[in-house]
Design a protein around this ligand. Structure first.
Ligand code: NI
Length: 177
């Protein structure tokens, strides 16, 4: 569980790694292995100063994610979400300068999101939960849930901006090698 001090920081996979493009499979049983994975994902998210992290980002194609809209503040409220089902119920809003730990070079862009989400999921004890998320938490859950379907926010950009970004990533990857 979070806070036991045994949590590990995992490697975060980045675009264009194929693990980020797969459709993830539901978690069939919420057991100790899943709880340990969730704790490690939270540790990894906080270490990377992120507000959310989905399992494909650490190389596991499972439908689970962690999030904390208060990450980096005094008011942390970690949330572990397993097998999420989202119903978008709000107005269309602009998520300003959205970023992603898996999108290289700290790239950010405005993204259209729903202002409100009805969320159904399993918690870390395997109990079914239902809640309504609004504002920033609603944006985070939509972003993380997209990861479970192999989608990244850069897929929502215009063709021109995407082409420019892809060529920058190509150059950047060459410099890494
Ligand atoms: Ni992301």
């Amino acid at each position: 569980m979070p806070g036991t001090g045994n949590d590990m920081i995992l490697d975060i996979f980045t675009y264009p790694h194929p693990v980020l493009r797969k459709i993830s499979v539901p978690v069939d049983r919420v057991d100790d292995e899943i709880r340990e994975l969730a704790a490690n994902m939270l540790e990894t998210m906080y270490a990377a100063k992120g507000v959310g992290l989905a399992a494909p980002q650490i190389g596991k194609n499972l439908r689970m994610l962690v999030m904390d809209p208060g990450s980096g503040t005094d008011e942390q409220c970690p949330k572990i979400v397993i097998n999420p089902e989202l119903e978008l119920t709000g107005a269309s809003i602009v998520s300003e300068q959205e970023g992603c730990l898996s999108v290289p070079m700290g790239y950010r862009a405005d993204v259209q999101r729903s202002s409100c989400v009805n969320l159904k999921y399993l918690d870390v004890n395997g109990n079914t939960c239902e809640e309504i998320l609004e504002g920033f938490p609603a944006i985070i859950i939509q972003h993380e849930n997209d990861h479970l379907d192999g989608k990244l926010f850069i897929d929502k950009m215009s063709h021109l901006r995407r082409t420019l970004y892809d060529s920058k990533v190509k150059k950047w990857l060459k410099q890494q090698n």
